[in-house]
Design a protein around this ligand. Structure first.
Ligand code: NAD
Ligand code: UDP
Length: 335
């Protein structure tokens, strides 16, 4: 298919680009590089030996989107462009609703005008209402607790409404915790500023860019007292997009899938895996719980397995090893 990948220079987008190119799709990337580097595009071409079109631009630019969809004869859009920092979404909610929600409605308008009828959208496990069990299937109650999560849920609802009235097809992918990097070490997670998430923070401590990790809480109701999450290797996640695209090729209407491994790991287990991967002790101390956190957040993955035929391959050790390789080879990220 001719695919438009929005946000394709970012962490998940760059790995998804590799998986799409390897699966034989033709690719156009649209990214405004607000949280990524132009250099990623060169690396993608080197890594895959394939050509791709890279366009600097914003999904909120309707005429640009429409022109691109028409000129590249796009069959389907994989929509990853968005802002994702939870704390920033609390302090600047309008920026999040403008970029994520308005950005998506503009993209959909462009698709409507250009007659493009298929979209895969990256949502998040943050749309679920936290529960004691912390195990979510696609029908679990939804109640995001911050503007970032609410922007994701709003987009899901917009897509569902649009599908209901048009010959349009949308698949929503709710990612759990994407980590790791391509095994080449050429692309990976390269956040600007202080990382919000555990794995990139751990990687920067291991490489000496940050002094020490603060572990948020040691009194959670979990076996070792630290938070448990469902970490998924970003290349597995990338292949999930290819599976979703294949499903759309057969005609998918509207559907939602969790993408995770179904297996949880604690913060201390992540630290141990990283110590093993890097061969050095990782300095950390315990700190207070982070507001809004929950003890456990893991995916039920049966639906993605049954309907998409999607199975993950990598375990925590491989995730840590690949994240560490990328960090070592690119201590300052992709610049
Ligand atoms: P990222 O910031 O690395 O990538 C997002 C990309 O989108 C960046 O390259 C950025 O420059 C681009 N972008 C942002 N706004 C844009 C706009 N208006 N127009 C064009 N480009 C724009 O983030 P990521 O981790 O790769 O996340 C990709 C998507 O997956 C996001 O929508 C995010 O909300 C979602 N997601 C991420 C995670 C995670 O833990 N990383 C979890 C669940 C969902
Ligand atoms: N975490 C931590 N220190 C950090 C960042 C995260 O202890 O510097 C913990 C966090 O409390 C959670 C887990 O690591 O239990 C994963 O956090 P992350 O932000 O990566 O993912 P999310 O909480 O959004 O699922």
């Amino acid at each position: 298919m001719n695919v438009l990948l929005t946000g394709g220079a970012g962490f998940i987008g760059s790995h998804t680009a590799v998986a799409l190119l390897e699966a034989g799709h033709q690719l156009t990337i649209l990214d405004n590089f607000s949280n990524s580097s132009f250099a990623v595009l060169t690396r993608l071409r080197e890594l895959t030996g394939k050509s791709l079109k890279g366009v600097e631009g914003d999904i909120r630019n309707l005429s640009l989107v429409e022109d691109l969809l028409r000129s590249q004869k796009i069959d389907a859009v994989i929509h990853l462009a968005g802002l994702k920092a939870v704390g920033e979404s609390v302090s600047d909610p309008l920026r999040y609703y403008d970029n994520n929600v308005s950005g998506t409605t503009t993209l959909l308008l462009g698709m409507q005008r250009a007659g493009v009828k298929k979209i895969v959208f990256s949502s998040s496990a943050t749309v679920y209402r936290g529960s004691q069990e912390g195990l979510f299937n696609e029908d679990s109650p939804l109640e995001p607790v911050n503007p970032y999560g609410r922007s994701k849920l709003m987009i899901e609802l917009i897509l569902r409404d649009y599908v209901a009235t048009n010959s349009f097809e949308a698949l929503v992918l709710r990612y759990f915790n994407p980590v790791g990097a391509h095994s080449s070490g050429r692309i990976g997670e390269s956040p600007l500023g202080v990382p919000n998430n555990l794995m990139p923070f751990v990687a920067q401590v291991a490489v000496g860019r940050r002094k020490e990790l603060a572990v948020f809480g040691q009194d959670w109701p979990t076996p070792d007292g630290t938070g448990i999450r469902d970490y998924i290797h970003v290349m597995d996640l990338a292949r999930g997009h290819v599976a979703a695209l294949e499903r759309l090729e057969q005609g998918g209407r509207f559907d939602v899938f969790n993408l995770g491994t179904g297996q949880g790991h604690s913060v201390l287990e992540v630290i141990q895996a990283f110590e093993k991967a890097s061969g050095k002790p990782l300095p950390y101390h315990f700190a207070a719980r982070r507001p809004g956190d929950q003890a456990v957040c893991c995916a039920r993955v049966e639906k993605a397995r049954q309907v998409l035929g999607f199975e993950t391959q990598a375990g925590l050790e491989e995730m840590a090893a690949d994240a560490w390789r990328f960090q070592m080879l690119n201590p300052q990220g992709i610049v």
